[in-house]
Design a protein around this ligand. Structure first.
Ligand code: SAM
Length: 242
């Protein structure tokens, strides 16, 4: 990894580690993201303890649009406190399995504590980086991710890895941030802005080009209403062809 990528990764790990230790969503610090009540259907989160459902650092609801079926294996890239994993686990049922992947030890500790509290037996949290996933090739039916890919300094590697771990015919459902304006040079070079999901965001076309280059097909997107210029939240779905 080059020096800049290393600096980005450690700024990201530090920011999300601190949020996990304080059990504080980034909204409390920056008002940059909407509370989970606005992202999730209240009926989906009402059974969860409020501490778990309130800890959302996402920008969408990738589970709602993922079309999950009973028995499927789901991988969540950058699983944070585990909220999307727990919602996915309910949909895939006892015969299914959910793997949450995160590179922050503090975030993993929080997610595992939440899983114990919920008795979520079909959810496992794994330590690792999405640019080199500790996941067997062709073993995943559906990849979900919520506001994480923009944080990677090497998005090509993320999409290549996503393609590798999905089974032929598997698909991904990602909520993320796209850049819709120009960033001033100071923001573009700021590690804090990168870790806050701004400086690492790509224009949508560039993002989709990387997905296509990794081999994905049937790519569809929807722009979400949440807009903090120069970024906008979007939902992306794509298929790993047979
Ligand atoms: C913005 S938070 C989103 C957390 C969660 N998806 C949610 O919606 O609440 C980003 C998460 O991704 C993790 N993360 C960032 N870059 C990562 C990488 N390269 N590999 C694995 N995890 C990463 C962070 O540690 C953090 O937990």
């Amino acid at each position: 990894m080059d020096k800049n990528a290393e600096r980005v990764k450690s700024a990201v790990r530090e920011r999300y580690g601190a949020l996990a230790r304080q059990q504080q969503s980034c909204c409390a610090l920056t008002s940059c993201c909407p509370p989970s009540q606005k992202l999730y259907d209240p009926a989906d989160i009402e059974e969860l303890p409020q501490e778990v459902s309130d800890f959302s650092l996402g920008c969408g609801n990738p589970v709602a649009a993922a079309g999950l079926r009973e028995g499927e294996v789901v991988l969540d890239l950058g699983s944070g406190g585990g909220l999307d994993c727990f919602l996915a686990a309910k949909r895939v049922g006892e015969k299914g399995r959910v793997i949450g992947l995160d590179m922050s030890p503090d975030m993993l500790a929080l997610a595992r504590k939440n899983a114990d509290r919920l008795g979520a037996a079909n959810v496992e949290f794994r330590s690792g980086e999405m640019e080199a996933m500790p996941v067997e090739s062709g073993s995943v039916d559906v990849i979900i991710s919520n506001c994480v890919v923009n944080l990677s300094p090497d998005k090509d590697a993320v999409f290549q890895e996503a393609f590798r771990v999905l089974r032929p015919g598997g698909h991904l459902s990602i909520s993320d941030i796209a850049l819709v304006g120009e960033l001033d040079p100071e923001t573009r070079g700021s590690l804090e802005a990168w870790a806050s999901c701004v400086a690492g965001a790509l224009p949508k076309d560039e993002y989709l080009k990387k997905l296509r280059r990794a081999g994905f097909t049937d790519i569809t997107t929807a722009e979400k209403s949440w807009r903090y210029i120069p970024t906008v939240s979007m939902w992306v779905s794509a298929v790993r062809p047979e």
